[in-house]
Design a protein around this ligand. Structure first.
Ligand SMILES: NC(=O)c1ccc[n+]([C@@H]2O[C@H](COP(=O)([O-])OP(=O)(O)OC[C@H]3O[C@@H](n4cnc5c(N)ncnc54)[C@H](OP(=O)(O)O)[C@@H]3O)[C@@H](O)[C@H]2O)c1
Length: 288
């Protein structure tokens, strides 16, 4: 009798998980057409094997979700069962991976705060992966002004958790890239002012992984991974005057994404600055 009851229970559980799998794969297809309004002939009809937790009530907005770091943040948040949307000037990621069909893609510009309003609706946390290089004036604009606009818009919307991907101090390099670092630090100050207990600032050094540039895949880990292995155990070298910061270890993009999603969705994650060594440490821990 016991074994009959057990086998029925097991059957009903596997039916439930089958139902969930079917529902989610249908949902993926309906999202892929409704969010993009396009029928893509190259897109595979088969859903990839699911590696996601059941849906959560948290909705994560990724600013710059189609960039190198942003796309990994979107993917990580989806795998952990969160609803994910992204905002950037060009909207949908050019990547043809199936996870991209599960993101709601918004077009907007952080330099035009009105264009953020729709994307912020119903959002519980934000991760900003918007930043860039160029002239000093441009770098200040994108790493500073644009991101400050985003912090203000999120605070006005009552969002409680906000993660900003900033950058480590590189000593002499800071001087050469003044606009970049001034912009980063100005955004950090605004975040601390507006979201105090809910603001988390990640300060990675060089981020490695596979970066998509047009049709090419750049394997940055060829250099980044061995350097990370060596330098993460050589923190004392960063204390050498002038050149010390050049020994800051690179960090893999998936580690940054894991920590960013955890910081955005776990209210017990401590607010404030998370340096490279803490990013490495947090990413090695079993995340919530
Ligand atoms: N990669 C590294 O080694 C590294 C190291 C330390 C820190 N970081 C920081 O990490 C963040 C992400 O870097 P990444 O390498 O992933 O950069 P990325 O690939 O160039 O991505 C930048 C993202 O920002 C979006 N964006 C740019 N201007 C925007 C605007 N005005 N409004 C809305 N979206 C805008 C871009 O999309 P659209 O062009 O479609 O708008 C893109 O999605 C940056 O803040 C960077 O400073 C990176």
């Amino acid at each position: 009798m016991k074994s009959i009851i057990m086998s029925r229970l097991l059957n009903s559980q596997s039916s439930l998980s089958r139902l969930y799998t079917i529902a989610l794969s249908r949902n993926q297809r309906s999202l892929s057409t409704s969010s993009n309004g396009l029928d893509d002939p190259l897109k595979s009809e088969e859903a990839e094997p699911l590696n996601v937790k059941p849906p959560s009530t948290q909705k994560v907005l990724v600013f710059g979700g189609n960039g190198f770091v942003g796309s990994h943040v979107c993917r990580e948040a989806l795998e952990r069962g969160f609803t994910v949307c992204s905002l950037s000037r060009s909207g949908r990621s050019s990547l043809r991976d199936s996870w991209a069909d599960r993101v709601v893609w918004h077009k907007g510009d952080l330099l035009s705060p009105d264009s953020l309003k729709d994307a912020l609706m119903g959002v519980t946390s934000v991760v900003s992966c918007v930043g860039g290089f160029g002239s000093n004036a441009h770098m200040y604009k994108i790493n500073g002004i644009a991101n400050i606009n985003a912090v203000k818009a999120a605070a006005e919307q009552g969002i409680k958790r906000y993660v900003y991907i900033s950058a480590a101090d590189f000593g002499l390099v800071n001087y050469l890239l003044q606009g970049y670092y001034k912009g980063k630090r100005a955004t950090e100050m605004e975040l601390t002012k507006k979201l105090g207990h809910g603001g988390v600032i990640l300060r990675p050094g060089f981020i490695h992984g596979t970066r998509q540039v047009g049709r090419m895949k750049l394997p940055l880990s060829v250099i980044g991974a061995p350097l990370e292995m060596i330098l993460k155990h050589a923190k004392m070298l960063t204390g050498i005057p002038l050149v010390g910061p050049l020994f800051i270890p690179p960090v893999h993009v998936t580690s940054v994404a894991k920590v960013a999603v955890n910081a955005a969705t776990d209210p017990t994650f401590p607010p404030g600055i998370v340096d490279v060594y803490s990013i490495l440490q947090h990413s090695e821990q079993k995340l919530a």
